[in-house]
Design a protein around this ligand. Structure first.
Ligand code: NAP
Length: 311
């Protein structure tokens, strides 16, 4: 396999080799660029603040929340960490969200999913003030995204758009196959890619579990974005030479020695065909986290009427 780790800056010079699109590196550069915007807002006497609300006992969710807090600390965003007993009535979560909506020192509100069965997720998403909805999941923000007037782009697809730009992958005129139609990845990804903007202007096919003959679609794609949550379902036989692959999947699979994380793409066989590919871990995941900071800084800038340029 022709494979080499390269820094994003040198991508254009290494066209004969498979390029690794390094999300860890791009995310670190976005975080470092956000620091000056956070300082500018801080200088007005208001520190940007993200509040997270966790209502489950899942260790993975606890880890995700704690990583988000670490990221915030790195760039100077203050955090509020609220945990609610998963057995508590839904009203306790709703009241908490209402309080955070009303608190002017909080600029972003993130309710960590999943929620317990007795809590209606859609009701929670509708409850968060759209101006503080840094996940971009409120129906008002979804509508704005579709209309080409995004307030907050959802973090994972926004991060993917930034990754493609950083890797000098042109989306204009490209045939893109998005695998997955979820509200958090597949649908907003497709919507971003068809906008008449930089990082858009693509021709997008959205596939899902009822799509017929997936391989016939992925083989025609210039860019494949895999977000199905099925370990290594896309292999080299399903791809054309020169394709760019963004692997969103995070799947824990058992191995002889324990377990490991794999994506939705069989990395080695896909890399044989690809011009560029994201690794798992270290591809899309760090970008998702970086774009949450981006949205929080944007929310704080709007609330404080500070004019900033975001990376
Ligand atoms: N790296 C990150 O930052 C990040 C962020 C979010 C999610 N993820 C990962 O990305 C993956 C997808 O997440 P999600 O929340 O979008 O998942 P999801 O809500 O479960 O949606 C999965 C989508 O994939 C489709 N699908 C499932 N099996 C398929 C198959 N065999 N062929 C074609 N389509 C298939 C489903 O189709 P139907 O609609 O027909 O069911 C659905 O639309 C997961 O592994 C998740 O952990 C990673």
């Amino acid at each position: 396999m022709r494979f080499k780790y390269v820094a994003v800056e040198y991508f254009c010079m290494t066209q004969t080799q498979t390029r690794l699109i390094d999300g860890t590196e791009v995310a670190a550069s976005i975080r470092s660029e956000l620091i000056s915007s956070v300082r500018r807002i801080d200088n007005t006497g208001t520190t940007p603040q993200l509040a997270t609300v966790l209502m489950n006992d899942d260790p993975a969710s606890q880890t995700y929340v704690s990583m988000k807090h670490d990221d915030c600390e790195e760039v100077g965003i203050a955090t509020r960490d609220i945990e609610i007993d998963p057995e508590a009535p839904a009203a306790e979560l709703f009241d908490t969200v209402d309080e955070l909506n009303a608190d002017p020192s909080v600029h972003g509100v993130l309710v960590q999913m999943p929620l317990p069965d007795h809590v209606d997720e859609r009701e929670v998403l509708r409850r968060v003030d759209p101006k503080k909805d840094v996940d971009g999941f409120h129906p008002e923000n979804v509508g704005r995204l579709v209309a080409g007037q995004a307030r907050y782009k959802p973090c994972t697809p926004h991060g993917i758009q930034k990754l493609l730009t950083a890797a000098n992958v042109e989306t204009e005129g490209a045939d893109v196959v998005v695998i997955g139609r979820s509200n958090i990845v597949g649908k907003p990804m497709a919507n971003l890619l068809i906008q008449k903007t930089d990082g858009g202007n693509a021709t997008v096919t959205v596939c899902h579990s009822r799509s017929d003959d997936l391989a016939s679609k992925t083989r025609t794609a210039d860019i494949v974005i895999a977000a199905a949550g099925v370990p290594e379902m896309i292999d080299g036989d399903m791809l054309s030479s020169g394709v760019v692959i963004i692997d969103v999947g995070i799947n824990r699979v058992e191995t002889e020695t324990g377990s490991e994380l794999v994506g939705d793409v069989a990395f080695e066989s896909a890399a044989e065909k690809a011009d560029a590919i994201t690794p798992v871990p270290g591809g899309v995941g760090p970008m998702t986290r970086a774009m949450l900071l981006w949205n929080t800084v944007k929310a704080a800038a709007v609330a404080t009427e500070v004019s900033i340029e975001l990376p």
